[in-house]
Design a protein around this ligand. Structure first.
Ligand SMILES: Nc1ncnc2c1ncn2[C@@H]1O[C@H](COP(=O)(O)OP(=O)(O)OP(=O)(O)O)[C@@H](O)[C@H]1O
Length: 671
């Protein structure tokens, strides 16, 4: 058993849970450490102590051995800002002169610990199980050594030489560092970008330096900051026991020991040294906490949510639907202290209907869908509008109440079934838990229901699948299991975020027909996020086309897909490569120049104007809410003109840029 605190051993579980941050995000997040009060305090105090200690011989008011016998055990005064010790020596000069030893010795321990632990972790993660086992067994031996006794034995041999002693401590601590970093390195090496780098021919060293190490940097920094604080305590502890620099050389440990002998006649003596040591250790830990908070992506404490603005009835173009079970009005979703991601989104959904949210990547489909369940990422919130579910307002509902709705009334399936299922548990375990929770039944009955649910989603050998683990299932099976999981609470609304994107085409068709059957047989309502117009045409009753955070066209799927009225919908359909059976594959597809403007950079007026072939001056000026268009809405000031002229977004031929032409069949999509 190790007696001195080997931090990594205790902290390992926490540390490995820290998600390594990919390099690009890490660079952007750096200032966020300094936006946390703890991070600021840690950085400022450590910088101050390090600079003050290393430069003490240049600025200290007195020599560390200079005695002022008339002023023994003095309290702070103009002559001695922090008071004096029992020999009348200036405490300020002695504390900061003593500081360089623990700071440097602790830093040396870190260098040795990470110098050994980090490369070993990288090698073990890269070279496979055999090498990893050998290295792990050796490090286990180090972890089992009684560190305190070993250090005292070393001191017995080499004397009170704290730098070599702390270097040996670094060797012992490297085992704990290795254990923590191995888990992180192994997880980073499984990332697709690391595989891509290897496929691109990068050698092992460069893969590690360019891709693995940067992603581990935050975890390394967190562990280093914690270990640094512990190193300071070890040095102070050794000096306290008399294994530090010999008098009259100052050391924090000896000064505290000295002060403990004057608790009654000079209690102040303990305060300055104890405070500096404690603040330095706390500062290192605060810095570690701030770094750890950054690594797991917590929102900075200073971020404040904007108050929720309720929907203004008149502002939306979507007519109220008395039969709607879900009614979203003027929904605005924003980053805290940042730009709006989604604005003025309105749509309605009836029971047993499927609504498709379509649009290019980054248009806000996922944010809109997730807001319905209150599952927005940290730092993103609904800041305006209303989400009425069966007459109940969901926007701004407290987390506890949303929790009661999630799973029971509204459920969700995602595009990555393999990621949505926990690889550690069998399918039975993953289904039985929610069934018991939602339906209040016993384990046996829950298992029977789980098997029924699997059969309902088209799994024939339900008993085998129940005993399987996610990795034993195909993608299609896993998605069926996810749908079964979503149905455990018998929800009335299912949010399906690109549920077929990760599946191959034949499986896609099976999952779509399963969803269709569920809607038909159970009256489930579905909000389906998709960028695949074929899927939308196949399954959706109504469609809301999103562009740059707003709905630009909505209506029945038949109306929107067969006779698109907004140029963006026309363009999406013109660029769609899928053609219905029996129709000729077009020789050229239409294209949309440019990209979706990011949140915060949306143009004034129509957000699509900069890419629109039909844009005119009036499109770039702000326009009021537009009246309803047919059964839905179209966010285009020129909609009447374009409809009258039968405008289409045809593929460009050489020298032909726009086209206001006779109608042509829309590129292969029919509802
Ligand atoms: N956690 C976040 N913090 C800040 N902005 C975010 C966050 N997640 C997404 N965004 C931004 O919000 C906007 C909308 O993203 P969203 O994921 O809803 O788009 P999407 O239409 O669903 O795209 P995709 O099809 O690629 O998922 C994008 O500009 C995106 O960069």
């Amino acid at each position: 058993m190790s007696v001195l605190p080997l931090p990594g051993a205790e902290a390992a579980a926490d540390e490995v849970a820290i998600e390594p941050v990919p390099p690009a995000r890490r660079r952007r997040g750096l200032p966020s450490v300094l936006r946390r009060p703890g991070g600021v305090f840690g950085a400022v105090w450590l910088t101050f102590v390090v600079v003050a200690s290393l430069t003490a011989p240049l600025w200290r008011p007195y020599d560390v051995t200079e005695q002022d016998t008339a002023n023994r055990l003095a309290l702070p005064s103009a002559d001695h800002l922090l008071g004096t010790d029992p020999l009348g020596r200036d405490l300020l000069s002695r504390i900061f002169t003593a500081g360089s030893l623990p700071l440097l010795a602790s830093a040396l321990m870190l260098v040795v610990a990470f110098g050994i632990g980090l490369p070993l972790a990288l090698v073990a993660a890269e070279r496979g199980r055999r090498v990893e086992r050998v290295i792990s067994r050796v490090t286990e031996v180090f972890l089992a050594l009684p560190a305190t006794i070993l250090l005292l034995a070393v001191i017995g041999v080499i004397g009170n030489r704290l730098y070599p002693v702390m270097a040996i401590m670094g060797v012992l601590v490297s085992a704990a560092v290795y254990r923590v970093l191995l888990g992180v390195a192994q997880s980073v090496r499984q990332r697709l970008y690391v595989d891509a780098a290897r496929v691109n021919g990068l050698g092992s060293l460069r893969v590690n330096l360019l891709h693995v190490l940067p992603s581990m940097a935050t975890v390394v920094a967190v562990q280093a900051a914690q270990l640094f604080g512990i190193g300071l305590l070890i040095v102070a502890g050794l000096a306290f026991l008399g294994f530090g620099p010999a008098e009259p050389e100052p050391s924090w440990g000896f000064m505290i020991q000295d002060a403990s002998g004057h608790l009654f006649d000079g209690p102040w003596l303990l305060v300055p040294t104890g405070l500096v040591l404690a603040l330095t250790v706390v500062a290192a830990n605060e810095l570690a906490d701030a770094l750890a908070g950054r690594a797991v992506g917590k929102a900075p404490a200073r971020r404040r949510r904007r108050p929720l603005r309720r929907a203004v009835e008149a502002a939306t173009a979507v007519p109220a639907d008395p039969e709607a079970v879900l009614e979203v009005r003027d929904l605005t979703i924003s980053v805290d202290d940042g730009p709006d991601l989604v604005t003025g989104v309105s749509f309605t959904l009836r029971q047993g209907q499927v609504l498709g949210l379509v649009g290019e990547s980054g248009c806000g489909k996922t944010m809109t869908a997730r807001s319905l369940m209150g599952l927005l990422p940290d730092g993103v919130a609904v800041t305006g509008g209303s989400i009425r579910w069966q007459g109940r307002e969901l926007a701004g509902l407290p987390e506890a109440e949303l929790n009661r709705i999630r799973g029971r009334e509204i459920a969700m399936i995602s595009q990555e079934p393999m990621v949505a299922l926990d690889p550690m548990f069998s399918i039975a375990t993953q289904l039985v838990g929610p069934i018991r929770r939602f339906r209040g039944v016993g384990r046996k009955q829950a298992r029977r229901i789980a098997a029924d649910l699997l059969r309902n989603v088209g799994i024939v050998d339900a008993q085998r699948v129940l005993t399987s683990y996610p990795h034993q299932l195909s993608g299609g099976m896993a998605q069926r299991v996810c749908i079964a999981l979503a149905l455990t609470g018998e929800p009335r609304l299912l949010i399906a975020d690109e549920p077929t994107t990760a599946l191959d085409v034949t499986v896609q068709a099976e999952i779509l027909s399963l969803l269709r059957a569920l809607v038909r047989d159970t009256g489930l309502s579905v909000v389906m996020v998709s960028h695949d117009l074929g899927v939308v045409a196949d399954i959706c009753d109504t469609v809301a086309v999103m562009y740059a955070g707003e709905v630009v066209e909505s209506g029945t799927a038949a109306a929107v897909l067969d006779a698109p009225a907004h140029p963006y919908t026309m363009a999406l359909l013109g660029a769609n490569p899928h053609v219905p059976e029996g129709e000729p594959v077009p020789e050229r597809l239409a294209s949309i120049a440019g990209t979706v403007p990011p949140p915060g950079s949306w143009p004034t007026g129509c957000r699509f104007a900069t890419r629109c072939r039909f844009a005119e001056a009036q499109c770039t000026t702000p326009f009021p809410a537009l009246p309803a268009h047919g059964e839905g809405s179209v966010l285009c000031v020129r909609v009447d003109e374009l409809t009258r002229d039968h405008a289409t977004w045809a593929p460009e031929s050489a020298g032909d840029e726009t086209s206001v032409q006779e109608p042509t069949p829309t590129a292969g999509v029919s509802a």
